[in-house]
Ligand binder design. Structure first.
Ligand code: FES
Ligand code: FES
Length: 129
């Protein structure tokens, strides 16, 4: 798909929109904002046996941010946490062929997945305490 088609597809038919229970110990929540524009993205993962089983997002932002979060929820499913941490915004931007002014929108998705993984890890540690 060409740039416009692919972004528009993820924009008009975003995958995995919604929320998971943030109090569930198997759920990690990442909430990040883009200083450049004030857009906000919430991304959640559900982890079982170290593998990301499910992901959901809500993005209050531009079309590229919505497309980036939609894409990243698809990318992380089935990955373990270490693999998911290696997802780079450049890969998202490349996949969606984002123009330079929209690169920070994909950065939001990378930051959000990292924050969600960190939140999940923090939860497991506090559960052990
Ligand atoms: Fe307004 Fe992203 S700058 S929605
Ligand atoms: Fe700011 Fe897309 S997230 S313009």
């Amino acid at each position: 798909m060409a740039y416009a088609q692919k972004v528009i597809d993820h924009y008009e038919n975003p995958r995995n929109v919604g929320s998971l229970d943030k109090n569930d110990r198997s759920v990690g929540t990442g909430l990040v904002g883009a200083p450049a524009c004030g857009d906000v993205m919430k991304l959640q993962i559900r982890v079982k046996d170290g593998i990301i089983q499910d992901a959901r997002f809500k993005t209050f932002g531009c079309g590229s941010a919505i497309a980036s979060s939609s894409l990243v929820t698809e990318m992380v499913k089935g990955k373990n946490l270490d693999e998911a941490l290696t997802i780079k915004n450049t890969a998202i931007a490349q996949e969606l062929s984002l123009p330079p002014v929209k690169i920070h929108c994909s950065m939001l998705a990378e930051d959000a997945i990292k924050a969600a993984i960190q939140d999940y890890k923090n939860k497991q540690e506090s559960d052990d305490a």
